[in-house]
Design a protein. Sequence first.
Length: 95
Amino acid sequence: MKDIDNKDLIKTFTVANIKVIALKLLKTLNCIHKSGYVYLDLKPDNIMLSKKNNITDIKLVDFGLLKKAEAIGAISGTPGYISPLMMFEYYKQTS
């Protein structure tokens, strides 16, 4: 299977497509949160294109850091992508 050429892929990222991708991502996260879980590894590497010819058909992957909302205590996530709120709470507790 031939990979998508990066130049062609970049051309398809229009403002309208980015809005569709963002909305789908937010709906996915909302569904996870309504189920009582928190996805702690949101980063570009975990957002996959599921169809070669449809840039807006995305899937969220790698649920290894999915946790029950009430079970979150220690800092979790990929360094560089950890939320500022989580960092603030961690430093508040350790000082």
